[in-house]
Design a protein around this ligand. Sequence first.
Ligand code: C2E
Ligand code: MG
Ligand code: MG
Length: 749
Amino acid sequence: MATRTFLKACLFWLVSISPAWAAQDLVPVRIGVFDNPPIVTAAPGRLPEGIAIDVIRSVAEREGWNVTYVPDSFDNLLSRLDKGDIDLLAVIAYSDERAQRFQFSKESLISNWGMVFRNAGVPIDSLPDLKGKRVALMRSGTHTQALIELSRQFDAPFTPVYVDNFPQVLAAIAERRADAGVVNRVFAAVHAHQPDVVATGIVFNPIFVHYAAPKHANPALLHALDRDLAALRADPDSIYYASLRRWLEASSTEPYVWWLPWAAAAGGGLLILALAIAGFLRYQVRRQTGELQRRADMLQVEIRQREEAQQHLNQLAYFDGLTKLPNREGFRIALDQTLAAMHGTHERLALLFIDIDRLKNINDGLGHGAGDLLLQQVALRLQSVLRAHDHLSRFGGDEFVVIVSEIVRSSDAELVATRLLNSLAMPIDIGSTQIYSSASVGIALYPDDATSVEALLKHADTAMYQAKEQGGNRFLFYQAQQTARVVERLTLDTRLRQALERDELLLHYQPIVELGSGRIVGVEALLRWDDPDQGLVMPGAFISAAEDTGLIVPLGEWVLEAGCEQLRAWQKQGRAGQLTLAVNISTRQFEGGRLVKSVAQALARTGLAAECLELEITENVMLIMNDEVRSALDSLRSMGVRLSLDDFGTGYSSLGYLKQLPFHALKVDQSFVRRIPGEAGDTQIVTTILALAKGLEMQVIAEGIETREQYDFLRDHGCEFGQGYLMSRPQPADRLAELLDRKGMTGPA
Ligand code: C2E
Ligand code: MG
Ligand code: MG
């Protein structure tokens, strides 16, 4: 076989020294090349080289092609291929989408996969570590989309830093313009040897590299290429394997004079032929033995690399990088196996769907790093209270699932759920911050509730959702009618949208009273929905659904406009005096940076002075506090709008923060007011809040005053303002106008 190659080489040598003869009948073939070493190296001013080019040369020689190389960027080459400006592209990774656009060679040149490298100073070991990092990617590279897609699935979005080729990827990492970057393994084998650029364990997206021709080109060219490439790959002595060895083992990028070995081989061959064929054969045998050994070694290395890559891919496929727990796929396999083992027995199992409460708030407020640490700690806590044969997995985001096997009664599942919830009761230390976490757990039983994996999961999820709706930090068993309630919630969103369009929303107003004088100093606008089917619907029934779907944003804008318009109307009628209007703002309205604009618009359109408007923001705004929210609050305050912290005492507040933030007032939540002065704990809390507010020079408004005792106690302990049924329930606009007319005053009757 070697002899044949050698003879062919001699022939080629003879042919190539007679150019006039060679030029006859050659098929012109334009081949697009771009810099993708060591598969193709297309440096300006140099002939292209590399594995793909060695193969093309060999094919050109067999087929009588007159090759012209067209070097360009990969992007440009794709559009040239579209237009038929080039006949072949060397090389392109196969994808179904590209196969719609181009014809691909059937034979692939080489297999390849993406590898993530990092700067030596940046700790990145697994895919989730890419979250928030800068990752250098080759624009329109095959692995580029794949990594972006993967990172989305792993909830690890990063900032792409786009470059034109692989050498620039490594340069960006080395120079710290990127924390990490993606190159393919073939390129990495030769070029990624800088001390400050380190391989991470992340490998992904195995692909095959091919040649491609324009969609409507004559297929003869690709047929010839396929035929020759197949023959080259079938022959271990062919130029194909020589090229692989040469390029994948090379570490220098010295220019390669491609005809030199041919000429040398031809000359040497002629001599040896002429002098001693026997000696030549002996030499060949020795060389081949050495070659075989070398190739066996290489194969060994290749196999090891593949095994490692496969292991990494398995790790990615079945485990969650952040918590190292099995992921959704890992869960499915475990559950399938458990169910198969239980088949025909009378055993039962429980599926517990766990969702960490308010993780989004923690991510938004303390950063994703804190959220990740919390999830890792939560995973450890959950695992620590499970039995060895229970199976814990993470479904991504804040969702975990436990398979509890061998249960006898449903109370066994209840016990496990209680243990899981208790495990989260103690605060978790994240750096210097302590975070209280809790979870909502939904339980579905096999075979009682369902017998298929899908149905069990759906039922456990439904029950979890209900547990969350009831305030979280609890578990609930699946009950058939809960599905109906979820469907109901989904239709609620549609009905609310219609309500907004059909003008079915209205505002009621509740007076805010100066406790000392009994004078009405303001009104709080409270949203109502006049549903043609159900009558007047209170906000408790729809605000949280509107927050989930984002509908709260247009809803909140409507409330602002309608409230400002009403107060302006009362002012024009001479009824309002110094009255302020308080409007509730959901934390979701801070997303997207539209809030300041919509407030300014509402004021401008209605002509209400900013000083007459007070925005009530729940204490949970602290959890989403970032520069954007902070600057929105500052802008509102500098416009002259007043700001108060609603439901104070129920959520998360950092006193350090409170001092820096531009709030005018605290609204003490009604749950504390309800039990004063009788209940010592709540009384203590209220007096503490009053003292705190005084220290911070903030006003206090007590909510939910229902009794004379509450009113007197609050007034006597320095609480200036209050609202509650004792003074007045929330009223439609016309009734409130009457109240204002009567005396502009109200008191504790
Ligand atoms: P909130 O802002 O804390 O409003 C006070 C709630 O307490 C109102 O309930 C009010 O009717 C009720 N309330 C007032 N005095 C008393 C009392 O003496 N005893 C008792 N038991 N309750 C009293 P409502 O109108 O059902 O609103 C509930 C919550 O819905 C509001 O709590 C607020 O968080 C939210 N909400 C109402 N309107 C809007 C809105 O336009 N936008 C947003 N984002 N949320 C709103
Ligand atoms: Mg309020
Ligand atoms: Mg409140």
